[in-house]
Design a binder for this molecule. Structure first.
Ligand code: ZN
Ligand code: FE
Ligand code: FE
Ligand code: ZN
Length: 269
């Protein structure tokens, strides 16, 4: 799908990151998200709820394995030929040892889109508001470096189509200097490019203390240099947030040099 200069029509955009009540921290029904997308002229949506992990990883922020079938049915019930088109996706965390379950389970589910996230550094949920005070007691640059090493491994795993909220550690405003940031982002982006993956312009950061889209313009232009394709995601946990901030995201993509974005229902740029 193309971006015509910076004037692209918002109505052709797709929102590839939408949650459901099954994750235990979102609200309203899936049909409400679809209706919200209709009202905003979004052409396509993808539910990418937090995937189940029977190995016991972070159970309080995701559906149970026994709920997976109802997730599938909820999404399928909206695939009725009426616009917007509804895709079936999942937001899956990368963590040490995740391949044991995910390597076997993910490929069998026939998802339209698998977005990979890192929400934990060791046992610390670094983007969890209840744990944000920990940022005061860690070395910020070292922490970000650990994060991007995990993102690199996420890419190497070959399990995911794209990386979500690529610079999530900035959520509460703690960031390394640009020079250090560039040094740690380069190898991670190289690994994402090598894996043939995309990244997401995630607008949820606009609603967080940092008040910015993920990733930053600096990182986005580095991704563009490597030919890494982009998509758009609101990370909506409530219908009002579907497509939120997409005008800004579009401008950011254009300013970084992007002329197109990828579309999973066509599996092309
Ligand atoms: Zn969530
Ligand atoms: Fe996430
Ligand atoms: Fe999400
Ligand atoms: Zn997310």
């Amino acid at each position: 799908m193309s971006l015509n200069g910076c004037q692209s029509d918002l109505s052709t955009l797709a929102d590839y990151h939408i949650h459901t009540v099954l994750c235990k921290h979102a609200e309203k029904g899936v049909a409400d998200y679809k209706t919200a997308a209709q009202g905003r002229n979004i052409s396509e949506i993808c539910f990418s709820d937090h995937g189940p992990n029977p190995d016991g990883y972070d159970p309080s922020h995701r559906m149970e394995m026994r709920q997976f079938l109802s997730y599938k049915q909820m999404v399928a019930s909206l695939q009725d030929g009426k616009a917007p088109k509804v895709l079936f996706g999942i937001e899956t965390d990368y963590y040490e040892g995740c391949q044991k379950f995910l390597g076997e389970w993910l490929p069998r589910q026939r998802f339209d889109f698998v977005i990979g996230s890192v929400h934990y550094i060791e046992a610390w949920g670094f983007d969890n508001p209840a744990k944000s005070r920990v940022w005061e007691s860690v070395d910020v640059t070292v922490t970000w470096r650990k994060y991007f090493e995990l993102v690199g491994r996420l890419a190497d795993s070959g399990l995911f189509d794209a990386v979500s909220h690529l610079d999530l550690p900035k959520k509460f405003g703690y960031r390394p200097p640009d020079k250090a940031l560039k040094e740690m982002v380069q190898p991670a982006l190289d690994r994402i490019a090598r894996a043939g993956m995309g990244i997401e312009l995630n607008t949820s950061g606009l609603r967080k203390p940092v008040g910015e889209i993920y990733p930053s313009p600096l990182i986005l232009s580095m991704a563009h240099e490597r030919g890494i394709p982009v998509c758009f995601g609101s990370d909506a946990h409530t219908p009002e947030d579907v497509g939120a901030g997409f005008d800004l995201a579009l401008r950011l993509a254009c300013e970084a040099g992007y002329k197109s974005y990828f579309n999973m229902s066509r599996r092309s740029m």
